[in-house]
Ligand binder design. Structure first.
Ligand SMILES: Cc1cc2nc3c(=O)[nH]c(=O)nc-3n(C[C@H](O)[C@H](O)[C@H](O)COP(=O)(O)OP(=O)(O)OC[C@H]3O[C@@H](n4cnc5c(N)ncnc54)[C@H](O)[C@@H]3O)c2cc1C
Length: 334
């Protein structure tokens, strides 16, 4: 989600598409050794526009000194105002997937990966108790009236009419992958690779019969760095399933600029170009001869390598893939 394009809603008109929903922690449930599910509740959530799939929201975490009071609510350009807030008082923003939402009950669920005390979000969730407050920035159902309401909701999964689907991600992509699988038509076919820290992180998931879900636990493969298990599994599957690259595939890869993940966001979904690349202007995904749609999300370095492998080395058309860097090893999201 490009925060700079988003807007916050005031309680008075004119309404805009994104709102800062005030919520409190209603339940905390441990799902696996690395996952905590937090159920948030708030009256405004009755108006949360839930689209499911890999829908993302921004969480506004309370500042140690000023809580949530400095976060600019009720103005359209909240992002600029937030950036201008002096750093000691500025609330931290982080992006998460809506694992589920029940507007009638005014609830949403977020599944957090707990990765020690290394960052503000993991620290917040590790210490969270019932009643803790934060803000969720997401689409307001009262204002969503654009042509493509699903897109407004911040979901990217869009396989078009692809015959086969490849989903691949690390633990941060588990909530999105589980939601996508639950929403897939029963006749869907495909392959899913999910890298997780330990075997105890394998979660129950409902998938169509033609979709194989493969959980890859790092603790069962000692010596491999984060992302390596996923990388190997995807490469092996793609090499088997996808024929050698065509001339068209090579031409496409010629335009594949390198993304500097230290400075740029790795984010390319059909119809959009990654920073520094030519916009392709392609609105509809998944129409190539391969009839494969790939969705990959997780640590940016790993996803960047897989993107190169798929588009440059394997000839998968870039309009048939969505690549999303969800976090960067050794770097805090700002
Ligand atoms: C669209 C989108 C959806 C996402 N959905 C989810 C989700 O549903 N659940 C979820 O848990 N995460 C999700 N993420 C990832 C999450 O936003 C990042 O992991 C974020 O960096 C966590 O913030 P933090 O404050 O804990 O750590 P930061 O302050 O950002 O980073 C501190 C340190 O921790 C490291 N780090 C960050 N994340 C991880 C991790 N997962 N494992 C190990 N080290 C890490 C960083 O490299 C850095 O060294 C999503 C990200 C995006 C862009």
């Amino acid at each position: 989600m490009s925060a700079s394009n988003h807007t916050s809603v005031a309680t008075t008109p004119p309404k805009v598409a994104y709102a800062a929903f005030a919520v409190t922690v209603a339940r905390i449930e441990r799902l696996g050794s690395s996952f905590l599910r937090v159920t948030f509740r708030g009256d405004d959530l009755a108006h949360f526009h839930f689209v499911g799939l890999d829908q993302r929201v921004k969480l506004v975490l309370p500042n140690d000194e000023s809580g949530l009071s400095t976060f600019p609510r009720g103005i359209e350009d909240w992002y600029s105002a937030w950036r201008e807030t002096p750093e000691p008082q500025r609330c931290v923003l982080r992006t998460y997937t809506v694992r589920d939402a029940r507007p009638a009950l005014r609830e949403i669920d977020i599944d957090f990966v707990v990765h020690g005390e290394t960052g503000p979000a993991t620290r917040w969730v590790s210490n969270a108790v019932i009643g803790d407050e934060l803000l969720v920035i997401g689409p307001d159902a009262r204002t969503v009236d654009l042509d493509d309401p699903r897109r407004v909701g911040g979901a990217e999964f869009n396989p078009g009419n692809a015959g086969r689907i490849l989903l691949a991600g690390d633990e941060t992509a588990v909530p999105a992958i589980c939601s996508i699988l639950e929403a897939m038509p029963r006749k869907a076919r495909g392959q899913v690779f999910i890298e997780i820290p330990t075997k105890a992180d394998i979660l129950p998931v409902v998938a169509p019969g033609g979709v194989t879900v493969c959980w890859l636990a790092r603790d069962e493969r000692p010596g491999l760095a984060h992302g390596e298990v996923l990388d190997r599994a995807v490469r092996a599957w793609v090499s088997e399933m996808v024929p050698a690259p065509t001339a068209e595939g090579h031409r496409d890869s010629d335009r594949l600029a390198d993304v500097d993940i230290d400075h740029d966001i790795l984010w390319e979904v059909p119809g959009e170009a990654a920073p520094g690349e030519e916009p392709q202007g392609v609105a509809e995904p998944a129409t190539s001869k391969l009839s494969l749609y790939a969705w990959l999300a997780g640590e940016a370095g790993c996803i960047k390598d897989l993107r190169r492998f798929l588009v440059r080395d394997s000839g998968v058309h870039r309009t048939d893939v969505a690549f999303m860097g969800y976090w960067r090893l050794g770097r805090s999201e700002n």
